[in-house]
Design a protein around this ligand. Structure first.
Ligand code: UD1
Ligand code: CA
Length: 458
């Protein structure tokens, strides 16, 4: 098998994005475009991957880490100039070099594999991946000769009206004979409308030298979409979203309305889970089997056990066990650990709290900086008073405790095992095991008070 090297072009600023964020770092379904590209290249068993960085080099390197080697393109003089930066790492190597743009996030391993196969079989020095585009504007056009073989690529900006009418486009993915690539790059000039060194010019140069140049046309234009602006970014997002949702559905997840369900690239969902419309699952989220998520629910960076139900709620960076019932309208904030069989009902906010097995906060509570044991019942409207304006303090509620409605637990405070807190209490001191704490004013009834007021006014 031929050695395969890969070069990812990722040095551009992406002016057309009109963004402070470097183009290839813009996320598609939660993952930067360039990372999608490297994920798919990684499926190819390459000898080496070199990413060309320039604008935002440090950020791109931090994102991809050790998955790639890097070459710095200090000035962005064009795609051919970008590839030349990889020469110190790749020159003289036997094998073929795939060049992929960091702004084509939808490209798939199988398509690159087919491109390499075609390249090897045709004995070409260069093979271009082409596609038919409904709206080819902005792309380089494939110019074929009388014998239908590719003779050159013309950039949209340099093309005549006749050439612009061609809808076969250069996808920006190529496979080259490694040595022929670096030899030909030396002859690329920048005499064109943009004054840039164009990588596609290598095709014409090799052809003129009598080498075989071939083209592999993919029937999936979608996969080759180049993202240059926010409109294309949203298009890429739509296509990627459909792809991700389809994978989950094929793996046994029910998605009621895939057009209205947003699942990130790295999210895992177990079989027989049902996802209702308006749900956003993002980050490193994993969801067990037989769960019900949504409608209108956001789950970000959470691990969720089996058979858990989360309705109309938002949960962030937390662990949630099995058979848990959350919502509607609950908010689980970061660093919460919700054990199995817990119930978090409507208008309950949880922050940095542990909830032991089988515990409940069914209505209208705020539980922050707290350790709740198992089988605890937190009555409606009860809250932890965790903040004195400067510092946060811990509330501990041990196993089997019953907190009556509308209680304030002023932290730091502990309610010991099996204790009861009477409704309306403001607890400032430890409650001993199995005690009943009542901390509220006694009721006073003033007999006939109302009548007295009215008689005075007469
Ligand atoms: C490029 C192709 C075009 C093709 C299209 C496919 C050229 C000249 N044109 O056009 O034929 O149809 O992709 O999407 O190659 N980059 C660098 N350094 C540079 C310039 C660009 O690293 O000096 C990187 C960019 O970050 C980007 C990629 O190369 O990831 C492509 O550059 P871009 O400016 O987007 O090229 P297009 O105009 O889209
Ligand atoms: Ca582009």
């Amino acid at each position: 098998m031929t050695n395969i090297y890969a070069v990812i072009l990722a040095a551009g600023q992406g002016t057309r994005m009109k963004s402070k964020l470097y183009k290839v770092l813009h996320p598609v379904c939660g993952k930067p475009m360039v990372e999608h590209v490297i994920d798919q290249i990684s499926g190819l068993h390459t000898e080496q991957i070199v990413t060309i960085v320039g604008h935002g080099a440090d950020k791109v390197k931090a994102q991809l880490g050790e998955r790639s080697a890097y070459a710095l393109q200090e000035e962005q003089l064009g795609t051919a100039h970008a590839v030349i930066q990889a020469e110190p790492m790749l020159a003289g190597k036997e094998g073929c070099t795939l060049v992929v743009c960091g702004d084509t996030p939808l490209i798939q391993t199988s398509t690159m594999e087919a491109l390499v196969k075609h390249h090897v079989e045709t004995g070409a020095k260069a093979t271009i991946l082409t596609a038919l585009a409904e709206k080819p504007d902005g792309y380089g056009r494939i110019i074929r000769g009388a014998d239908a073989s590719v003779s050159r690529i013309v950039e949209h900006k340099d093309a005549t009206d006749e050439e612009r009418a061609i809808n076969e486009i250069n996808t920006g993915t190529y496979c080259f004979d490694n040595k022929a690539l670096f030899d030909a790059l030396k002859n690329v000039s920048n005499e064109n409308v943009q004054g840039e060194y164009y990588l596609p010019d290598v095709i014409e140069i090799l052809k003129a030298a009598g080498e075989i140049v071939s083209a592999h046309q993919t029937d999936s234009f979608d996969e080759t979409l180049g993202v240059n602006d926010r409109v294309a970014l949203s298009e890429a997002e739509r296509i990627m979203r459909a792809r991700i949702n389809e994978q989950h559905m094929r793996a046994g997840v029910s998605i009621i309305d895939p057009l209205n369900t947003y699942i990130g690239s790295d999210v895992e969902v177990g079989a027989d889970t049902v996802i209702y419309p308006g749900t956003i699952l993002s980050g490193k989220t994993s969801i067990g089997i037989d769960c019900v998520i949504g409608p209108n629910t956001e789950v970000s960076d959470c691990a969720i056990g089996d058979r858990t139900v989360i309705r109309q709620s938002a949960t962030f960076n937390s662990e949630i066990g099995a058979d848990v019932n959350i919502g509607p309208f609950a908010h689980i904030r970061p660093e919460s650990f919700i054990h199995d069989e817990v119930k978090i009902g409507n208008f309950v906010e949880i922050k940095k709290a542990v909830f032991g097995k089988g515990s409940k906060a069914s209505h209208l509570s705020y539980i922050g900086d707290a350790e709740i044991g198992s089988d605890v019942n937190i009555g409606c409207g009860s809250i932890t008073v965790n903040y004195d304006g400067e510092n946060k303090f811990l509330t501990k509620i041990e196993d089997g405790v019953f907190i009556g409605c509308n209680s304030n637990l002023v932290a730091p405070v502990t309610v010991k095992k099996g204790a009861y807190v009477a409704a309306g209490s403001t607890i400032t001191n430890e409650v001993p095991e199995e005690a009943l704490a009542i901390a509220r004013a006694r009721q006073v009834n003033k007999e006939n008070y109302v009548q007295k007021i009215f008689s005075k006014n007469d």
